[in-house]
Design a protein around this ligand. Structure first.
Ligand code: ITT
Ligand code: NA
Length: 184
């Protein structure tokens, strides 16, 4: 089967393809920019976006809303991650974190799949904000995030390695499991 992935982010598309194509799910990127409301949770952002797109795009599709939540910053940038990345970037986050001892953070992904109804799949990965940026693979905040139990940052991992443990990999796994059971 072929599924539309509504996103502007080629890094997300690369990860979704690596995960879903071996399962026989072809992913094609569709760029429709949709409103991202100010809300407290990624789930609310994803739900609003999916319903907005559903009024305009008449095939099944999915989207992914993600964020980096830093404990010492009370969850910032969280639902504002895209804006923060565009403005101060990961270097700005490293500055905000300079001298901060507690480096704990997590990434979360919410995948919203729309097939006439809304289905949400989430994934989380715990880890740490590094002292400096490392690696050139991946995208976004990957150079400054080291998952718990690993030495490498996400930007030092291949797509397959990152998918095995990442927030998005986990959300994709839940999504793929659901698709297998619900599509005949
Ligand atoms: P969409 O078009 O899919 O919305 P986006 O890049 O705006 O693409 P989000 O709204 O989900 O994505 O914003 C999340 C921000 O966090 C954005 O700046 C991403 O680059 C970053 N991000 C998301 N997933 C990430 C990951 O796996 N690794 C590193 N950074 C990530
Ligand atoms: Na977005």
């Amino acid at each position: 089967m072929r599924l539309a992935f509504i996103t502007s982010n080629p890094g997300k598309v690369r990860e979704a393809r690596k995960y879903l194509e071996p399962l026989g799910i072809e992913v094609h990127q569709v760029k429709i920019s949709y409103p991202e409301i100010q809300a407290d949770t990624l789930e609310e952002v994803a739900e609003y976006g999916a319903k907005w797109i559903a009024e305009r795009f008449k095939e099944p599709f999915f989207l992914d809303d993600s964020g980096l939540f830093i404990k010492a910053l009370k969850g910032f940038p969280g639902v504002y991650s895209a804006y923060v990345y565009k403005t101060i970037g990961y270097q700005g986050i490293l500055k905000l974190m300079s001298g901060v001892k507690n480096r704990e953070a997590h990434f979360k992904s919410v995948i919203a799949y729309w097939d006439g109804e809304l289905h949400l799949f989430t994934g989380v990965v715990e880890g740490f904000i590094t002292e400096e940026a490392r690696g050139s693979k991946g995208f976004g905040f990957d150079p400054i995030f080291r998952p718990e139990g690993f030495e490498k940052t996400f930007a030092e991992m291949t797509t397959e390695e990152k998918n095995r443990i990442s927030h998005r990999g986990r959300a994709l796994k839940a999504f793929a499991t659901w698709l297998k059971e619900n599509l005949k």
